[in-house]
Design a protein around this ligand. Structure first.
Ligand code: ACO
Ligand code: PYR
Length: 492
């Protein structure tokens, strides 16, 4: 929550810091760097709020080798400081405008000052990977003599590679009398590899962030290190692996930083399969196309339908809805799914069910039919919607308010069917297909009822009506008498 929160544009209010800290603690992390106390009043409020939680983890504040930084950390009642010394000549001469001796002396003074105030001290070399290693060792040794409990080697701009990291850490762990941490950045995509190399060479601790958030390209991902250690090196950490995905979602949501779909382990696509050849293999043995089970990190396997689907993909998706098809029917459904995919469409569950209905000859009647939908919104109006619809031929009129017109309309729809079913909107995404304010938009929703999940799509030039269409299509499928939806909806 210090380097992670340095992600451009991110600022965590105290309650968000607390929420994340509780989750990190439950995940089993040893030290939580809750912030940098010198930064602002709000930051201090957040750090204090985390300290008040009385978590198992050690609570730490970042501090420069500046007395006021340590005073603010003391004032927040943290357990420890991550005391950072710019250690490369580049940082010493260009940034601090000092010399090596002066920086070393200040570092020693600040270690002594922090220790005198009862803090655990992790003395950290910033930009250590571009520094003279002899000088780094000199500062580390002086720091340990002054009372530093731990040391940290920072690859501040991500220029290490695994081979160099390993060699450096062999020298460090034999050259100093304190545990050494590794702190990496992902500028060249090597943060996890470098972190693991340091651990293999004897590093005692790894600085990591959930989802790899952090400055520029981010820091080392907590989830990647924990799983790489377990799965590729057979090393257990105290991290509760099945809590990783829920923690990833929480951090993404609270920071407002989406996770890339192809991000290892926690991205939307990490356990999603579309290609026919893969799904065919998975059906025989999931290990064919999954290095670990999704459940290892608290996830579920997902199937996506599109142009790469094969008969196996479609068969599995149909099974999820309690449907079965003969060989020729399966061929026909697969053909239609592929042609929808060829048109650049994500094939939703509702699309599949409509295709299946037509091929299998199922006659499903939509129970909900929209008659009217009216929206009121503006700078002096609470967004309000009224809807008139029929459910099994019975007219229902309802209204709803929301944070915006789409929210109001969907709330009105949800209320209108509350007597029949309690439907939840789990995810909502909108995409402009063409440019301009008259763009054609496509709305994709994921909805659920009693644990059953379904995806649906609406499209048109009016974002509200496209949303209403998607929601009603999804509701109709969720309240079908025969439905046996058990699968997780695939996402676009
Ligand atoms: C690699 C990292 O991630 S380092 C951590 C980065 N985190 C942050 O910067 C936290 C948020 N920062 C802030 O709120 C502000 O920058 C503050 C409060 C720390 C300082 O603000 P200001 O006094 O206005 O200084 P400003 O931000 O312009 O410059 C940073 C100052 O810290 C000095 N400095 C930078 N790192 C260190 C360090 N580790 N130890 C001592 N001094 C340092 C710089 O030389 C500069 O000093 P100067 O003002 O005497 O020239
Ligand atoms: C200290 C720190 O965050 C870094 O050097 O990257």
């Amino acid at each position: 929550m210090r380097d992670g929160e340095q992600t451009p544009g991110v600022s965590l209010e105290p309650e968000k810091k607390v929420w994340i800290a509780r989750n990190l603690d439950a995940l089993g992390v040893d030290v939580i760097e809750a912030g940098s106390a010198i930064t602002s009043q709000g930051e201090r409020d957040g750090i204090r709020a985390v300290v008040r939680e009385g978590l198992k983890a050690e609570i730490c504040s970042f501090a420069r080798i500046v007395k006021s930084d340590i005073d603010y950390a003391i004032d927040c009642d943290v357990d420890s400081v991550h005391l950072v010394v710019p250690i490369s000549d580049l940082h010493i001469t260009q940034k601090l405008k000092k010399d090596r001796e002066k920086v070393k002396r200040t570092a020693v003074d600040m270690v002594e000052y922090a220790k005198k105030h009862g803090l655990i001290v992790e003395l950290s070399g910033e930009d250590a990977s571009r520094a003279d290693l002899d000088y780094v060792l000199d500062v580390y040794r002086a720091g340990v003599e002054a009372g530093a409990d731990r040391l940290c080697f920072c690859d501040t701009v991500g220029v290490l590679n695994p081979e160099r990291t390993y060699d450096i850490f062999r020298k460090l762990v034999t050259g100093v009398k304190a545990p050494v941490s590794i702190h990496c950045h992902d500028d060249f995509g090597l943060a996890t590899a470098n972190t693991v190399a340091a651990l293999r060479a004897g590093a005692s601790q790894a600085h990591v962030t959930m989802n790899g958030v952090g400055e520029r390209a981010g820091n080392t991902s907590l989830e990647e290190v924990a799983i790489v250690l377990k799965s590729l090196y057979g090393v257990n950490t105290r991290i509760v692996l099945e809590n990783l995905y829920p923690a990833s979602r929480l951090v993404s949501r609270l920071m407002g930083i989406p996770v890339a779909p192809n991000k290892s382990l926690v991205g939307d696509n990490a356990f999603m399969h579309e290609s026919g050849i893969h799904v065919h293999g998975l059906m025989a043995n999931a290990a064919t196309y999954e290095p670990i089970t999704p459940e290892t990190i608290g996830r579920k396997r997902q199937i996506m339908l599109g142009k790469h689907a094969g008969r196996s993909t479609v068969e599995l998706a149909l099974q999820g809805f309690g449907l079965s098809a003969t060989g020729p029917q399966l061929d026909e459904i697969t053909k239609r799914v592929k042609s929808l995919g060829d048109m650049g469409k994500h094939v939703t569950d509702v699309d599949l069910m409509s295709i299946a209905d037509s091929v299998l000859g199922n006659h499903t009647v939509a129970r909900i039919k929209l008659i009217d939908c009216t929206i009121l919104s503006g700078n002096h109006a609470t967004p309000t919607s009224s809807v008139k619809l029929t459910i099994d031929g019975q007219e229902v009129v309802e209204s709803g308010v929301g944070v915006g017109p789409v929210d109001a309309a969907l709330n009105a729809l949800r209320r209108s069917i509350s007597g029949v079913a309690d439907v939840k909107l789990d995810d909502y995404r909108v995409e402009a297909i063409t440019g301009g304010t008259d763009a054609l938009v496509e709305v994709w929703v994921k909805m659920s009822r009693d644990g059953r999940v379904i995806s649906a799509r609406g499209a048109g030039p009016d974002i509200i009506m496209a949303s209403v269409q998607a929601f009603i299509d999804g509701m109709n499928r969720l309240i079908e008498e025969k439905n046996g939806i058990v699968k997780k909806a695939a996402e676009p």
